[in-house]
Design a protein around this ligand. Structure first.
Ligand code: GTP
Ligand code: MG
Length: 196
């Protein structure tokens, strides 16, 4: 598991992001899905990334340096109902630039709420990743909020919908930032990516 985690910087745009010094693994998904909480769970530090019960907490690109070598990157979420049109446009620009153009980005984890049946907004975002050849894996969150079986059922539904337009499925994980469920599996997957 990861030994050291420290906050580096919050950046309002790709241009302002830190110099490229190590592999980056980013977290995206609907606002309030649990991106910042998952980063804290993986890093083993409850207060590393700021979390909130109110959607729209993370507004910038946040770099966290892990073991002085590579980065976990917390991104602002999509589908935040209260944000203005102007803000949504700014978000799209920031995210498209970062995900599309950041040379050191190895993979983006797209987080999906494991309590919900497949949502259009998530499927559309995943479609966009595909169109732009951005490597991604799916992480279903908040597994503790219902039985693991129920979470697996929603994942099965999600896979079924994806297979209508995708030939192959991405890696898929079920996690809980609350209970730590799925932490080892996801950490091992990340370690595997970093070794390559
Ligand atoms: P934005 O930054 O607003 O896009 O949200 P986010 O995706 O970073 O979500 P965040 O980590 O701030 O979590 C949102 C809320 O969900 C907080 O109240 C968290 O405590 C809660 N939460 C996140 N993950 C879990 C989980 O695995 N289980 C439970 N029960 N609650 C969770
Ligand atoms: Mg956040």
């Amino acid at each position: 598991m990861f030994e050291k985690a420290e906050f580096v910087i919050s950046s309002p745009s790709l241009e302002k992001c830190p110099e490229l010094t190590g592999a980056e693994i980013a977290f995206i998904g609907r606002s309030n899905v649990g991106k910042s909480s998952l980063i804290n769970m993986l890093a083993g530090q409850k207060k590393l990334a700021k979390t909130s019960g109110v959607p729209g907490k993370t507004q910038l690109i946040n770099h966290f340096k892990i073991d002085e070598q590579w980065y976990l990157v917390d991104l602002p979420g999509y589908g935040f109902a209260k944000s203005s049109k102007k803000n949504r446009k700014a978000w799209a620009q920031m995210i498209e630039d970062y995900l599309g153009l950041r040379d050191n980005l190895t993979i983006v984890f797209v987080l999906v709420d494991s309590r919900l049946p497949p949502q259009k907004i998530d499927l559309e975002f995943i479609e966009w990743c595909g169109e732009n050849a951005i490597p991604f894996a799916l992480v279903f969150t908040k597994a503790d909020k219902q039985s693991v079986n129920k979470g697996q059922q929603n994942i099965a539904k999600f896979k079924k919908v994806m297979l209508q337009s995708w030939e192959a499925l991405p890696p898929i994980f079920l996690t809980s930032a609350e209970s730590g469920y799925g932490r080892e599996e996801l950490s091992r997957y990340i370690e595997g990516i970093l070794e390559n």
